[in-house]
Write a protein that binds this ligand. Structure first.
Ligand code: ZN
Length: 387
């Protein structure tokens, strides 16, 4: 199949500049000669090579830019706790080398012949999904994360990838099917847009489904990259937000994000005063914790949504803890592409922006340790010029 594609002379790739290693030959019309051979795209990034959690610089190749693909010159990629869990093997054995990163922004450097959604020079973002084995994606709009055939951004089997798996955004560029990229508006910086592609959509999607109303009491448990976006998004929708953190040093920041109260849970007894008080609660805690103690804060028939993904994806529920107030417990995975565009636009329009720290590539390993030690404030964003 791949060989057949390679030989199809009607296919061509439009390019504007030197990105993409050997794809060039721009004509005065801005399009390429129709018989330009498709070549793998050279990339440079940081990869995990084992479960140590230490990344190293790595030169590798990505699949050629296909008819429905775009090539993005990455400007920034931010660090999600999921990157660390996956590369350390907490979610199962991995294939290495593997480049993590699923909060990616940059500029479109090349587009395939059938791409109409983007043109060269556009600002684009990529989150947790990059490709699909389905020919047509019209029917699955906004359900891509639950649709068989979807390829997730790193470590996922991808037949056209020279490494056999998808490789993520801690790198100079990425090739992605156009459907899985979103437009980044001009009125948000690349740096601040990057964390919206996972932390933003993962919290925005369930919060929208909760139909937030002014004055609704919303709890957020775990105030890291995802949690601080959950606080900001809920506040922007008029909710009364109660933030639960184990880090006393975050209190002033969180009040600054607009939370009504910040509860430092250095002991679970601190939760007692809030029992049955909340209409809705979202938990971003990515480790095992006492779920029942937090569920008890939600009113009868309210909803508790888990978005943090602990080791082995396991949380321990307590049947009586749920039954005692008939709370609806659910878990949620990112959001669909339509909603991903929506959250980026919403956050840009309403200035709901992540609090970030820009780092260089060589600081990634130290940044990962800081994330694990709850020292991140609140998202590390890697300057891709340093790869
Ligand atoms: Zn993530």
């Amino acid at each position: 199949m791949a060989e057949e594609k390679k030989l199809d002379r009607r296919e061509f790739v439009k390019c504007s500049c030197a990105a993409g290693g050997g794809l060039l030959l721009a004509t005065p019309m801005g399009a390429l000669a129709a018989d330009t051979p498709k070549e793998n795209v050279k990339s440079r990034g940081y990869a995990a090579i084992d479960t140590s959690g230490k990344l190293v610089p790595w030169l590798f190749e990505r699949r050629p830019v296909g008819d429905h693909d775009i090539l993005i010159d990455i400007k920034y990629a931010s660090i999600c706790h999921s990157d660390i869990h996956q590369e350390k093997g907490h979610w199962g054995p991995q294939k290495y080398p593997q480049v993590p990163g699923h909060e990616i922004v940059g500029i479109v450097a090349a587009v395939g012949s059938k791409v109409t959604k983007f043109k060269v020079g556009d600002r684009a973002g990529v989150g947790c999904m990059v490709n699909s084995s389905l020919e047509k994606l019209d029917q699955v709009e906004n359900q891509e994360q639950y649709t068989p055939g979807t390829v997730f951004t790193y470590g996922y089997p991808e037949k056209d990838s020279p490494t056999g798996i998808s490789q993520g955004g801690y790198a100079t560029n990425i090739v992605v099917r156009d459907h899985f990229a979103v437009h980044i508006p001009e009125h948000i910086s690349f740096q601040e847009a990057a964390p919206l592609l996972c932390a933003g959509i993962t919290t925005y999607s369930p919060l929208m489904k909760a139909r937030l109303k002014k004055g609704m009491k919303v709890g957020v448990a775990g105030i890291g990259g995802l949690g601080h976006m959950a606080v900001k998004i809920a506040v922007s929708k008029g909710a009364e937000v109660y933030a639960f953190t184990t880090s006393a040093s975050k209190v002033q920041d969180i009040l600054g994000f607009g939370a009504k109260e910040v509860i430092v849970v250095d002991d679970l007894s601190k939760l007692a005063a809030y029992q049955g008080k909340l209409d809705y609660m979202i938990s971003t805690i990515p480790y095992q914790y006492n779920v029942a103690a937090y569920v008890a804060l939600v009113k009868p028939y309210g909803t508790f949504c888990q978005v943090g993904m602990p080791e082995r994806f396991e949380v321990t529920l307590n049947a009586l803890g749920l039954a005692a107030s008939r709370v609806n417990f659910n878990a949620s995975l990112i959001g669909g592409m339509k909603e991903t565009q929506e959250v980026v636009d919403y956050c840009a329009d309403h200035k709901v922006l992540p609090k970030i720290q820009i780092i260089r590539a060589e600081q990634i390993n130290a940044a990962w340790e800081s994330v694990v030690n709850k020292e991140a404030r609140y998202r590390y964003v890697i300057d891709a010029a340093t790869f």
